[in-house]
Write a protein that binds this ligand. Structure first.
Ligand SMILES: *Cc1c(COP(=O)(O)O)cnc(C)c1O
Length: 400
């Protein structure tokens, strides 16, 4: 019987072999697994890549339950678990690359992804070409004979450009290039990676999967063809996570679609309120027509979330500081995807030097907010008070 997404996430990973008849799979902490007979040990060794208790680094039933739940959420054939999202990205890349290879990396990737390409991959003799997130069919011209991976992140970090994933994936596949996507923004809930041509879907589960700002975790879900390589290479590189963290991620999945719906509703309301503010030059929210790639968002996504950016008309540091320092509900902190609201400012210089081919050239300070699960009216009041503080600093300076 077919199920709607929310229903399937209630059941995901809860097969009796993992739960043993209780509602949630127990937290099974282990390094050593004990075998009663030589035959049992032999059997476990044979099946060690297939969710069989073998050795702690291969995971326990708590991990197997989470892997099943992630496959239920995103599709694909199997899910590798990592101690954080960055480890998921770097291990997925390393699992399929060798010296002399070339990768195509979206210019709007998460900053540590770029640093990994420019540092560790470069040192290994693997070349990276950055491409404009909006390049579309133009990607064909950047493909080299040694191009192995096309890496996407959609929407892009900080500036939120939504990519034309099916077009990019189709062209990559014509050249036998593996397509990887950082799918953290959609949480795997609102963008179906495998239906759009992705081969490996990566998430910082740290964000919405866990959803409560208390666990670092990464996931990579792969197609049938790539799963054995991803699984074995990641295992060789020592990637594993604690059973407690796997358990908390599973718990997060139960409420994922409810949380996302509320984050999305509140963030759109706040984005529209910001659009009407005189202090704001531009709002970058995938659900608004002004966001680059909004047409792809409408075509390919089934919903939004709480993370977006807006650009102020000025880059006055004292005024932005006044705005940020008095916030009651928006805290300053890295990460996002938890139940709480967050705010971070990026000076124009932090973009205008970083990106190679997709420089947005904003004049004003970019503010990224994560809209949490507070009542949006309280968040709007918090931002309105912030703008008052901001404006009084601007006014003071005009009168100096
Ligand atoms: C946070 C984040 C990551 C990295 O995840 P960590 O768990 O912090 O290592 C990767 N990609 C995106 C888009 C992120 O926002």
């Amino acid at each position: 019987m077919s199920q709607r997404k929310q229903t399937s996430l209630i059941h995901a990973g809860r097969s009796k072999q993992w739960t043993h008849g209780v509602v949630n799979p127990p937290v099974q902490r282990a390094s050593t697994i004990i075998f009663d007979t030589v035959a049992e040990k032999k059997q476990a060794t044979l099946k060690r890549g297939q969710q069989t208790l073998f050795y702690g680094r291969r995971g326990t039933q708590t991990h197997f339950a989470l892997q099943d739940a992630m496959v239920q959420l995103e599709g694909g054939a199997g899910c590798a678990l990592y101690p954080c999202g960055t480890a998921a990205i770097t291990n997925a890349l390393l699992s399929f690359l060798a010296t002399g290879d070339h990768i195509l990396m979206v210019d709007t990737c998460y900053e540590p992804t770029r640093a990994f390409c420019d540092g560790i991959l470069a040192r290994m003799g693997i070349a990276t070409t950055y491409y404009d997130p909006m390049i579309g069919e133009g990607i064909a011209a950047l493909i080299q004979p040694n191009t192995k991976i096309l890496f996407l992140e959609s929407p892009g970090s900080i500036t939120m450009e939504v990519q034309d994933v099916p077009t990019l994936a189709t062209i990559a596949h014509q050249h036998d290039i593996i397509v990887m996507l950082d799918n953290t923004w959609s949480a795997g809930l609102h963008f179906d990676p495998f239906a759009h041509g992705v081969d490996i879907s990566i998430q910082a589960a740290t964000k919405y999967i866990v959803g409560h700002s208390d666990v670092m975790l990464g996931t990579a879900v792969a197609t049938e063809a790539l799963w054995p390589t991803l699984r074995e290479q990641s295992y060789l590189m020592g990637q594993c996570v604690s059973a407690d963290d796997a358990y908390l991620a599973l718990r997060g999945i139960r409420t994922l679609s409810m949380r996302m719906a509320q984050h999305a509703k509140a963030s759109l309301e706040i984005a529209q309120w910001l659009e009407a503010r005189s202090e704001v030059a531009e709002v970058r929210h995938p659900e608004l027509p002004s966001c680059p790639g909004h047409e792809f968002f409408k075509r390919d996504f089934t919903g939004g979330n709480g993370l977006f950016s807006f650009v102020l008309k000025t880059s006055d540091v004292a005024a932005t500081t006044a705005l940020l320092d008095g916030m009651q509900h928006f805290s300053m902190g890295f990460s996002w995807g938890g139940y709480e609201s967050l705010i971070l400012a990026n000076e124009p210089s932090s973009f205008n030097s970083l990106r190679r081919v997709s420089n947005p050239d904003f004049d004003g300070t970019l503010i990224r907010i994560h809209v949490g699960l507070e009542d949006p009216q309280d968040l709007i009041a918090d931002l309105a008070a912030g703008f008052e503080r901001y404006n009084s600093v601007i006014m003071e300076q005009l009168h100096k």
